[in-house]
Design a protein around this ligand. Structure first.
Ligand code: PEP
Ligand code: MN
Length: 276
């Protein structure tokens, strides 16, 4: 395996320190369990502002929201693009939140780079090596999702592409892989977390929403993510999941979200991590 930069042990002599992503108001990495939440897509000004308000009340510092959406069907809602980014930024600024949003291609990367605090590279782009090289040249944290057909080794190679270009601010995200199971959208590969922690110094978070594809089991998957040692979660929430323009079935409503966050805060002490 000729992966060097993202491995814990680059060679016999070099042991790399754990990477902590510093976002001035918050951190992601060893010692922390960072919560990122927000709607699948930014849909309008009010919904994203309501979300930002809730996150602020719960002391959560990072909001997600897609504006360039990778949809299986070209007929599905494709995201609000630049307008959505404006809404996302307005809401985040009002409550002093950091934002993460996805870059779908090189054009959207340039747009997203202007205002996102973390750039998300989605599962479908996890082996888009041209795009990985481009984010590798930026000086901004990147959240790299695992491709749903990727082995852990291939996942590390993709992270290596980013690091190779000079950007070491990489967060890995396990979001479920495709298996024969049909009760869930994907299968959350929970064992990938401890395996990755042995192999790489990069932080690793879990996206239980795209793994499950159904909201009812997400609180359990969040607790499992904490127990297995991940450095955080990114979860989809929506004030009215039944009306969401994308991924409503897997979105927690605000009440469900508040409940699980309370539980996680209680459990964090037991697992010796600071909630961020
Ligand atoms: C998302 O988080 O908005 C998303 C599209 O997820 P994934 O790339 O994991 O499917
Ligand atoms: Mn989604």
């Amino acid at each position: 395996m000729d992966i060097k930069l993202v491995l814990r042990k680059s060679n016999e002599n070099t042991i790399n320190d754990n990477t902590i992503i510093n976002l001035d108001t918050t951190k992601i990495g060893y010692g922390y369990f960072t919560i990122i939440a927000g709607p699948c897509s930014v849909e309008d000004k009010n919904i994203i502002e309501e979300t930002a308000h809730l996150l602020n009340e719960l002391n959560i510092n990072i909001m997600r929201g897609g504006v360039f959406k990778p949809r299986t069907s070209p007929y599905s809602f494709q995201g609000l693009g630049k307008k959505g980014l404006e809404y996302l930024k307005l809401a985040a600024n009002k409550y002093n939140l950091k934002i993460i949003t996805e870059a779908l291609d090189e054009d959207s990367l340039n747009i997203v780079n202007e205002c996102a605090d973390i750039i998300q590279i989605g599962s479908r782009n996890a082996q888009n090596f041209g795009l990985l090289k481009k984010v590798g040249k930026l000086n901004k944290p990147v959240l790299l999702k695992r491709g749903f057909m990727m082995t852990i080794e291939e996942f590390l190679y993709s992270a290596e592409y980013i690091a190779y270009e000079g950007n070491n601010n990489i967060i890995l995200c396990e979001r479920g892989i495709r298996t024969f199971e049909t009760k869930t959208r994907n299968t959350l590969d929970i064992s990938a977390i401890p395996v990755l922690k042995k192999e790489t110094h990069l932080p690793i978070i879990v996206d239980p929403s795209h793994a499950a594809g159904r909201s009812d089991i997400i609180p359990d998957l969040i607790k499992a993510s904490l127990a297995v040692g991940s450095h955080g979660i990114m979860v989809e929430i929506h004030p009215h999941p039944e009306k969401a323009l994308s991924d409503g079935k897997q979105s927690l409503n605000f009440k469900e979200f508040e409940k699980i966050i309370k539980e996680v805060k209680g459990l964090a002490k037991y697992f010796g991590v600071d909630i961020k």
